[in-house]
Design a protein around this ligand. Structure first.
Ligand SMILES: [Fe+2]
Length: 214
């Protein structure tokens, strides 16, 4: 039997810095909003989907404007990640992809259907939603479109202040669009690595695609 998808949740409400949501909203308003081309190797979008509209706050901006989040990624959140994983966990050495914000505004944006290359991902949900914006994980490792993921899936509804950890290397996942045009969804995304799946295994094509590396 293939390993059932599972995740670990920590409720950090009351433990995050005062005004953290306001800070994050301010930075997220300046996100890089555009259509992003599908990601090489990791995309699980249907072939006809070449671009997906969303916003991103890049890692250098997070480091500059949300220093507490950058520090938590290498400190308190890293410790919690260790509790969610049987192996010793490390933060990324490369500051370009350690922690970023993904932002969805209105009903036309969503997050690309993909698999992760890193063995443990942490997400800090920064917003709550009446409907829409759910994170959806396929149970079928071969699901290769949003509709295939939706056929048999686990659904996580964002709760502000909840930090979740999961291994989604074999579980295609995406974030549903929001239901309200006035709504904004913000999530901080963190990559973690282990000894059996170190940072050096990150696909080169991915860095080339995102940062123009050779
Ligand atoms: Fe992911």
């Amino acid at each position: 039997m293939s390993r059932r998808f599972h995740w670990t949740t920590f409720d950090l409400n009351g433990r995050l810095p005062a005004g953290w949501q306001r800070d994050i909203r301010t930075v997220a308003a300046d996100a890089d909003f555009r259509e992003f081309p599908r990601t090489p190797v990791l995309s699980r979008e249907a072939p006809e989907v070449q671009r997906i509209s969303r916003g991103r706050v890049h890692a250098d901006q997070v480091r500059q404007r949300l220093p507490w989040l950058y520090r938590a990624y290498r400190g308190e959140f890293l410790e919690l990640a260790g509790l969610a994983c049987a192996e010793r966990v490390k933060a990324a050495n490369d500051d370009r992809y350690g922690v970023v914000l993904n932002v969805q505004r209105g009903t036309t944006m969503r997050f690309e259907c993909h698999v992760d290359s890193n063995p443990l991902t942490g997400l800090l949900f920064c917003t709550d939603h009446q409907a829409g914006g759910e994170l959806v994980f396929a149970h079928d490792a071969t699901a290769a479109s949003v509709s295939a993921v939706e056929r048999d899936c686990s659904v996580i509804r964002p709760r502000a202040g909840h930090l979740i950890f999961f291994d989604a290397r074999r579980h295609p996942h995406y974030a549903r669009p929001l239901a309200a045009a006035s709504d904004t969804r913000i999530v901080a995304v963190m990559n973690f690595y282990t000894e059996s799946c170190p940072e050096s295994t990150r696909p080169r094509e991915l860095n080339k695609h995102l940062y123009g590396d050779d």
